[in-house]
Design a protein. Structure first.
Length: 301
């Protein structure tokens, strides 16, 4: 599905590569306790939690920013025909190219591909298979990657290429094509995005802020994988490289956006995939709650 909303004159579209009750919370969150679900049962609908399966709903999505003559992707999902260890990501065959085109972001229209971090479910559509070679999917685009993440994952790949093939099939080909620029804290991208360092999940993860004042939004990457991490911000995923740093980043982010009207756009939330943070005294001192944000209309180009 493709959904759209606006921040001022900037058009934001989220394209869902896939979504479903895929994740066991006890595996995803090493510190998970079943009481977390019990405390939040009043708002945990099937958009986020399937009680009969005891599984969290997780989405893989690609955000599209359209402003002026710029067409910007924020993260590029899993990709098709990519060999991955997780069965839910292995050798996908979706219609993402057609969906991108329907949203006005075809392979030839995209001007920038901006990555929050370099995990395999955020870089996959960087490339497509051409014969037996992975080649850039967006030949006219600038690919922008957090510099610290590139250095970190490059080191891991050089030590053991088989451990995570996504760097080899989705990062190196665009680097070799000369399409990559690196992002540092405070950089402005395409005249509309501001890069803010958000380490913990990975060493170099970035958030990207857009808009200003009361019309502001943030692509907040994997600070959160699930709305339960807003009500219980101590919860880290098993994939967080720097656990204590991730907790501090999450808490600082919540303090920054709560009650400001800032639209938060994570990569993995279930329907409606984004929303707002408000302070909630019912949860206790310093508690937070997630408020979903409905999209304007389904995009039907």
């Amino acid at each position: 599905m493709i959904y759209t909303r606006s921040i001022g004159d900037i058009r934001l579209t989220n394209l869902i590569e896939y979504v479903g009750p895929t994740h066991d919370p006890f595996v995803t969150f090493p510190d998970f306790d079943a009481s977390v679900v019990a405390r939040n049962r009043d708002w945990l609908t099937n958009a986020h939690w399937y009680a009969n399966l005891q599984r969290m709903v997780i989405a893989i999505q690609i955000w599209i920013v359209q402003t002026g003559d710029k067409v910007i992707l924020i993260d590029s999902g899993v990709g098709n025909r990519k060999p991955r260890a997780a069965a839910r990501m292995h050798l996908l065959n979706t219609l993402v190219p057609q969906w991108l085109a329907a949203a006005g972001a075809s392979f030839d229209q995209v001007t920038h591909v901006v990555m929050t971090h370099l995990h395999g479910d955020h870089v996959g559509w960087n490339t497509v298979l051409d014969g037996d070679r992975w080649v850039p999917a967006f030949p006219k685009a600038h690919y922008l990657m957090p510099r610290l993440d590139f250095d970190y994952f490059k080191g891991l790949y050089e030590q053991n290429p088989a451990a995570d093939p996504s760097f080899g099939d989705s990062v190196i080909p665009v680097l070799d094509a000369g399409l990559v620029d690196f992002v540092d804290e405070g950089d402005e991208i395409a005249g509309c995005l501001r890069a803010v360092f958000a380490p913990g999940h990975t060493p170099g993860q970035m958030n990207y802020w857009i808009g200003e004042g009361h019309q502001q939004a943030v692509f907040c990457a994997d600070i959160f994988h699930h709305p339960l991490q807003i009500t219980d911000p101590h919860l880290n995923t098993a994939f967080c490289v720097l656990p204590e740093v991730a907790r501090k980043t999450r808490r600082d982010f919540l303090d920054r956006v709560a009650d400001t009207g800032t639209l938060i756009m994570p990569c993995h939330f279930g329907w409606p995939h984004c929303g707002y943070v408000r302070r909630d005294s019912r949860i206790g001192a310093g508690g937070f709650a997630f408020v979903p944000a409905e999209p304007d209309l389904p995009q039907r180009n």
